[in-house]
Design a protein around this ligand. Structure first.
Ligand code: FAD
Length: 282
């Protein structure tokens, strides 16, 4: 798929907490590598709780030949430690990072508060050494009171030096198109890549969505509730819905797709295959 398209396709993993989780992710990585995504990103646990895990996984999968973009947020990490982490990334050939505020830390030890400040800090310390991705929210971040505030704060990250953005997931393509157009009207011209969450587990999805402000439309929720308990049926239906979403997004000019894998490969592989077969990925 990569050869067929200039679009950016990427896949996100989180650092596993157990040895068996690591072995499972190694298999998932190998399976998804066949799809030749442009890069993989590795999340950074709230308050830097997976700092070591993020770093280790980044280096390990780099050695397996992947282009890895580790996520970074300040959490309870000091500025000095961020500079040292960036130095290690640079030394190992990491050229891309995803910069986030992360979930609000309890008793943060440094003065940085919002992601735009971290982007600015990283640019000040490392100039143009990294391609910086930031997060944005077509359905509005739970702490933003309006689309106007949302986009104003997104623009601060762009003005601070972000090169591209990845969105929170959503299931209504119009949310993305309206948001993208509003961003362009407000002078944001960097690529805004939709974040795509495959549907594999209704209870987890429902919980995540309530926390992060992503809407599960009524028509989708009611069907998923019906299928809850039928693992295979739910997954198949999820593949159908998410394939259609991806096709609409790409046909409407989205510059790529970023898959939240939840460290699973089956749905992404099928969705990707469907897009490739329908020839709508270019
Ligand atoms: P910000 O851009 O700082 O925005 C946070 C909120 O503050 C927004 O409501 C914004 O409008 C508001 N705001 C910004 N500036 C100001 C200001 N000056 N005054 C008042 N309000 C302001 N979390 C993790 O912990 N680890 C991860 O690895 C991770 N990866 C993610 C990847 C993607 C693609 C996405 C979409 C999210 C990810 N998250 C991750 C979740 C993210 O950390 C949370 O959504 C977090 O609450 C906001 O992070 P941000 O970088 O968007 O923050």
């Amino acid at each position: 798929m990569q050869e067929k398209s200039e679009n950016q396709f990427s896949i996100e993993f989180f650092p596993p907490k157990t040895i068996s989780g690591e072995s499972k992710l190694d298999r998932v990585f190998d399976e998804l590598s066949r799809l030749k995504p442009h890069f993989y990103s590795i999340t950074y646990g709230a308050n830097g709780s997976t700092k070591k895990g993020t770093q280790e996984l980044t280096f390990r999968y780099q050695q397996k030949g992947g282009i890895i973009a580790p996520h970074i947020s300040f959490g309870e990490t000091s500025e000095k430690d961020i500079v040292s982490l960036l130095g290690e990334y640079k030394k190992s050939g990491v050229g891309r990072i995803v910069v986030l505020r992360g979930d609000r830390p309890n008793g943060s030890v440094d003065k940085l508060r919002y992601a735009n400040e971290l982007v600015e800090f990283i640019r000040k310390k490392t100039a143009d050494q990294f391609h910086i991705d930031v997060a944005c929210y077509p359905e509005i971040h739970p702490e933003s009171d309006s689309i106007k505030t949302e986009v104003k704060h997104f623009k601060n990250k762009v003005d601070a030096g972000a090169n591209s953005a990845i969105t929170q997931y959503f299931y209504n393509p119009d949310a993305y198109f309206h948001y993208r157009d509003y961003c362009v009207q407000n002078g944001i011209t960097i690529p805004i890549v939709p974040g795509i969450m495959p549907i594999t587990n209704y209870d987890n999805l429902s919980r995540f969505s309530a926390n992060c402000g992503a809407e599960i439309p009524r028509w989708l929720r009611s069907r998923l509730e019906e299928l809850n308990g039928d693992k295979q049926g739910l997954q198949e239906y999820g593949i159908e819905v998410v394939t259609e979403l991806c096709e609409k997004l790409l046909n409407g000019g989205a510059p790529g797709l970023h898959f939240y894998s939840m460290n699973l490969s089956a749905s992404i592989t099928k969705i990707w295959g469907n897009l490739s077969l329908s020839g709508k990925s270019t």
